[in-house]
Design a protein around this ligand. Structure first.
Ligand SMILES: *Cc1c(COP(=O)(O)O)cnc(C)c1O
Length: 396
């Protein structure tokens, strides 16, 4: 029955590899077990008050109907202003599409850019949705391994080597989920040069741009010259910077013909993103930015705390990340010690069962030597979680 019911596309999509751990953690919580979760990929802060008020006002004012498919002019202008002020990028309204979250922006981009048979280069470790979205567009994800010693940044030589006659695009994510590292100007310039020379499009996911530490500076690859800008689709949104994950507002900035095609696709699927969330996003981008800095400062404190704590656990080694809110420690030294913890998934399952701590196994992101811990949770919880991990692993 199932064989005939599902489309070949639906059959190709893998269920999230983190699902087993996640559903077990939820089941344990439902049973009343006190599970500490390092699994979540969203800020734990409330959406800032001024942003919530803007949405409430939009409801009161009756701003509750369809808007233009690709977002209101006012929101597009706020995005254009942000891209110019923060990233030194100049765009017109016709080069902007607002979607239902940055994930939706990425989805639209891949649908409008990729044909069956196209290859998409994805540096690994990668965010789980990239290969699945490329596959949904009929394209083939091709992974390029990056190294911990290189802070998981794409080696330009490896990028060049990965290009074939079928390569259409490269996906960059800086700062990165899951690794927490970001690209500097020079590294991006070399990648940009290759992309321009070889005619490769760059999908640049910059959703964690506002969460950078230790003086790291965000650079958008699109800002490195007119030629690379013509080949880049910048993806960003309000979810991570303004703690607005539930509002579902993301955007893409890129060449007008591509944005037009993406807008047509969106017009036949979701139509416009929620009107009142668009009003909130305008306030997020145009209003005071102090809450962003305050949240980033909190994340920075937690980052130092969790990295020190992880490095104090024998068998775990964590290079301090400089962005986003994830620690991505190397746990491979533990795998030889017992069959119970001989891979990232087994280790994650063991930690959940024995320590009641939820982490995400690195194999979900394409590298089994690591696990991912989100520090978007209070210091007290982090401390308790780390103690539990240490205790559980002392058995080996
Ligand atoms: C969270 C996240 C997104 C998507 O965020 P939206 O909530 O869909 O705006 C995109 N890319 C990465 C790497 C993320 O972690």
């Amino acid at each position: 029955m199932q064989d005939k019911m599902l489309s070949s596309r639906a059959k190709e999509i893998k269920p999230s590899p983190t699902l087993a751990i996640d559903s077990k953690a939820k089941a344990m919580k439902a049973q009343g077990i006190d599970v500490i979760s390092f699994g979540v990929g969203e800020p734990d802060f409330d959406t800032p008050e001024n942003i919530k008020e803007a949405a409430i006002k939009a409801i009161r004012d009756g701003f509750t109907k369809y808007t233009p498919v690709g977002g209101t002019d006012k929101l597009k202008d706020a995005i254009i202003g942000k891209l110019e002020k923060d990233n030194g990028l100049k765009y017109e309204r016709a080069e902007i599409l607002v979607s239902c979250g940055a994930k939706h922006s990425l989805y639209n981009t891949m649908q409008a850019l990729l044909d069956p048979g196209d290859e998409v280069l994805i540096p690994a470790p990668y965010w789980v949705s990239y290969p699945e979205q490329a596959t949904l567009a009929g394209a083939k994800p091709v992974f390029i391994k990056t190294l911990e010693a290189d802070r998981f940044l794409l080696d330009p030589a490896a990028f060049e080597k990965g290009i074939t006659g079928k390569t259409k695009a490269l996906i960059l994510n800086s700062p990165s989920n899951p690794t927490g590292f970001s690209y500097g100007r020079e590294a991006l310039a070399r990648i940009a040069q290759i992309a321009v020379e070889r005619g490769i499009y760059v999908i640049s996911d910059e959703i964690y741009e506002k969460l950078l530490y230790d003086g790291a500076e965000h650079v958008s690859i699109a800002s490195l010259g007119e030629e690379i800008k013509k080949r880049t689709i910048v993806i960003n949104g309000v979810s991570k910077a303004y703690s607005m994950t539930g509002w579902r507002i993301g955007y893409a900035a890129g060449p007008a013909p591509l944005i037009k095609a993406m807008t047509s696709m969106q017009s036949q699927s979701t139509s416009n993103p929620t009107s009142i969330a668009q009003a909130a996003a305008i306030e997020a981008l145009n209003g005071p930015q102090d809450s962003v800095k305050a949240m980033a400062a909190q994340f920075d404190k937690r980052r130092r705390f969790i990295v020190d704590g992880l490095n104090a656990i024998p068998g775990i080694k964590c290079v301090p990340p400089t962005g986003a809110f994830y620690a991505f420690p190397n746990t491979s030294a533990l795998y030889g010690r017992s069959p119970e913890i001989s891979s990232s998934s087994k280790l994650a399952m063991y930690l959940l069962e024995k320590a009641n701590v939820a982490v995400v196994p690195g194999d979900a992101f394409g590298d089994d030597d690591f696990i991912r811990l989100s520090y978007a949770t209070g210091i007290g919880e982090i401390e308790k979680g780390l103690e539990r991990i240490k205790k559980a692993l002392a058995a080996f």
